[in-house]
Design a protein around this ligand. Structure first.
Ligand SMILES: Cc1ncc(COP(=O)(O)O)c(C=O)c1O
Length: 404
């Protein structure tokens, strides 16, 4: 349906029509439909940890409920929580933020939305390296900005193409979005790459929105580098992070941003008119999560790493599949372009994802949704048993397609 018709038919605002439909919605509903018919589906689409939320976090929430922390809470976060975030940024990232520069929101997603809303005027360009997390372009557009996509280099594990990034800057560029470790590719940017982006931002007076939500999930001794720590960057960075991925707390909706004070105040004012602050008992639980011993997260990271190795080895042995080494996060991003056009009806990554679901009973996300056709994303945030079974199923489908 044409953009205007989609919005016009129901008399909705133009921004509704300009919003791309979620790449997973139709797949998700088909997964649910098949499951309701009793079909056993292995689901590799979920971007969420399969671990339970740590017990001390749940205990802190229960204590918060007992203490009646159930009324309106401060919009940007309780003093305790903002302090706990500032302490975390100092301890783990070597960054010095005042609690007044921290804004707690309903998930990293909400923090990102606040960031786009306070930075973008209509027509401002936002540079987004591709493949990208699905919500960046939509949020930038909702804020009036114009996404400008810059492909990364698939032959170098989807690391940044720094020349292309520099060429994408125009007088209208307002911000660059960084996401390291990356969803969907797992690329972890090196210090050198981050320095090059910082250099670009300083030279052209740009903001950097740095989404660091997967920061703990890095493998093989890699280091997460926060761009806010580089010379002259704190004053032009909105750092976004949250508890969803590191602490298996997706449903709790705790995200935060660290930004220069006027930006943090603008985000708080904006949020105050839209959602207010997180429930008090959840803020109390968030403090407990941020103060938990590092081993809580490290145990999960070790398990993801074990799965990652298994998944990559299996995928690389399959015909028609190329899989870059995921250096962080919990996704494998596979190039399946060699499998397309071999059988009638399987011309695109979306066709192949549907075929995998219908024939193989395994669900993955097509790359098109991440701005990268010809690929599929698989999440390994699921049990080894499920991984084994799902990869067996994928292999059968791919072998049949490749005629091997
Ligand atoms: C790259 C990236 N950023 C942000 C988010 C938002 O996470 P949340 O809103 O749960 O904090 C996600 C979730 O999938 C993500 O993958």
């Amino acid at each position: 349906m044409a953009e205007q018709d989609r919005a016009g038919a129901a008399r909705l605002a133009g921004r509704v029509g300009r919003m791309a439909p979620s790449p997973t919605v139709s797949l998700d509903s088909r997964v649910k439909e098949l499951r309701s018919q009793g079909v056993d589906i292995v689901n590799f689409t979920a971007g969420e940890p399969d671990f339970p939320t740590p017990e001390p976090v749940k205990e802190a929430a229960r204590a918060g409920l007992k203490a009646e922390l159930t009324k309106y809470a401060p919009v940007a976060g309780t003093p305790d929580l903002r302090r706990a975030v500032a302490d975390k940024l100092a301890r783990e990232n070597g960054l010095s933020y005042d609690p007044a520069e921290i804004v707690v929101s309903f998930g990293g997603k909400h923090s990102l939305y606040n960031a786009f809303m306070v930075l973008c005027d209509p027509g401002d360009e936002v540079i987004i390296p591709a493949p990208y997390w699905v919500s960046y372009p939509e949020q930038a557009k909702l804020a009036g900005g114009e996404p400008v996509f810059v492909p990364t280099d698939p032959d170098r594990g989807f690391h940044l193409d720094l020349d292309a990034l520099a060429r994408a800057v125009t007088p209208r560029t307002r911000a660059i979005v960084l996401n390291s470790p990356s969803n969907p590719t797992g690329a972890v940017l090196s210090r050198q790459e981050i320095e090059a982006v910082a250099d670009l931002a300083r030279r052209h007076d740009l903001w950097v929105i740095s989404d660091e939500i997967y920061e703990h999930l890095v493998y093989d001794g890699r280091e997460h580098v926060s761009i806010a720590g580089l010379e002259g960057m704190k004053e032009r960075t909105i750092l976004v992070n949250g508890l969803s991925k590191a602490f298996a707390m997706t449903g709790w909706r705790v995200g935060y941003a660290a930004a220069p004070r006027p930006v943090a105040e603008a985000m708080t004012a904006f949020q105050g008119h839209v959602t207010h602050g997180l429930p008090g008992f959840i803020q109390a639980a968030a403090v407990a999560a941020l103060q938990s011993p590092p081993e809580t997260v490290q145990a999960m990271v070790r398990e993801y790493d074990r799965r990652r190795r298994y998944v990559v080895e299996r995928l690389r042995s399959m015909p028609g599949v190329r899989c870059a080494e995921p250096e962080g996060a919990f996704y494998a991003f596979l190039d399946i372009s060699a499998l397309l056009g071999r059988q009638a009806g399987i011309e695109t990554d979306m066709d192949l994802a549907s075929h995998l679901l219908e024939e193989g009973r395994v669900a993955v996300v097509p790359g098109t949704g991440f701005g990268w056709p010809g690929a599929l994303r698989l999440s390994y945030a699921t049990s080894m048993e499920q991984l084994q079974e799902g990869l067996d199923r994928m292999e059968r489908v791919f072998r049949a397609l490749a005629g091997a």
